[in-house]
Design a protein around this ligand. Structure first.
Ligand code: SF4
Length: 280
């Protein structure tokens, strides 16, 4: 069976840098704990634990001298809380996430009401909104949600997308707001890495040579799930976390299998899956 990789897949620059920062910190003898998964991939989390940097859910659970903030970013108040608890901070927040923190702060100063298109439970979105007065923003992801809100009462609305979303999928939501509001601006905040992986997955799925597709990524990774949704529209597609999840039954009659991976999937996991596929 031949394996064909997507033209673009796997670690984005933000995750690569976060991964590297934590590994360098551990290699230099640093002792720290990561608040939430450093990236949404169980293998990366296990690797960090082996290096001595465990994952915690609360700042109060950190017993080490340093707290690590993940690529998704945190609410600004978490930096103050960490400092107040006597902790040093290793900040691996992605540059693109910081762009949204800065742009949304500027928009508030300019009198805009903020709208975040995304998942209210996603850590990136929590980072943008946790410290704000609820009257200053809305988080929406469906047309139905957007229809329930009276947008006309705001002088200006600034819309930001959670970085890992496909803006095209939410065009109807944004149009619903635009139709009902006086003045709407869109922040250009979709991360290029997510879009490139998605475009490449689409091209792989429409490749006539490819019979089935394997998408590799963590269980909690939203962008991996989205790649899988794109692929399965065109071809039988299977979401796996690693080579152990591959089921030989999936490949009956398959000559060429496509391979792609979410932006939090390390290279060595992709290589392991490809190696296993080539033995089937
Ligand atoms: S997906 Fe984009 S925004 Fe998110 S960490 Fe990667 S580069 Fe940064």
């Amino acid at each position: 069976m031949k394996v064909k990789r997507a033209a673009k897949y796997g670690f984005c620059s933000g995750v690569r840098i976060a991964d590297l920062k934590v590994k360098r910190f551990a290699a230099a003898g640093g002792r720290g704990a990561i608040l939430g998964q450093v990236v949404h991939n169980e293998r990366v989390v296990e690797e960090m634990e082996r290096l001595g940097v465990r994952t915690v859910d609360e700042i109060t659970a950190v017993q080490e001298p340093t707290i690590v903030f993940s690529a998704h970013g945190v609410p600004p108040s978490f930096h103050e809380n960490a400092k107040a608890s006597g902790l040093q901070v290793l900040d691996t927040t992605c540059k693109f996430v910081y762009d949204i923190h800065r742009e949304s702060k500027n928009a508030l100063t300019d009198g805009f009401h903020l709208v975040f298109i995304g998942d209210p439970k996603h850590r990136e979105v929590i980072g943008y909104t946790h410290d704000l007065d609820p009257a200053m923003y809305h988080i929406v992801s469906t047309v139905q949600e957007a229809e329930k809100i009276d947008w006309s009462k705001y002088n200006g609305i600034k819309i930001f997308y959670q970085t890992t979303l496909n803006a095209e999928d939410f065009e109807d939501v944004v149009r619903t707001i635009e139709r009902r509001a006086e003045k709407v601006q869109r922040g250009d905040t979709i991360c290029y890495a997510t879009k490139e992986n998605q475009d490449a997955a689409r091209a792989l799925a429409s490749d006539p040579e490819v019979d089935a597709i394997i998408v590799i990524g963590g269980k909690k990774s939203a962008n991996t799930k989205h790649l899988w949704e794109i692929c399965r529209e065109a071809k039988p597609s299977y979401l796996v976390q690693g080579s152990d999840d591959l089921d030989p039954k999936w490949f009956d009659g398959v000559s060429v299998v496509g391979l792609t991976a979410g932006s939090s999937t390390p290279d060595y996991v992709i290589d392991e899956v490809e190696q296993r596929l080539s033995t089937l």
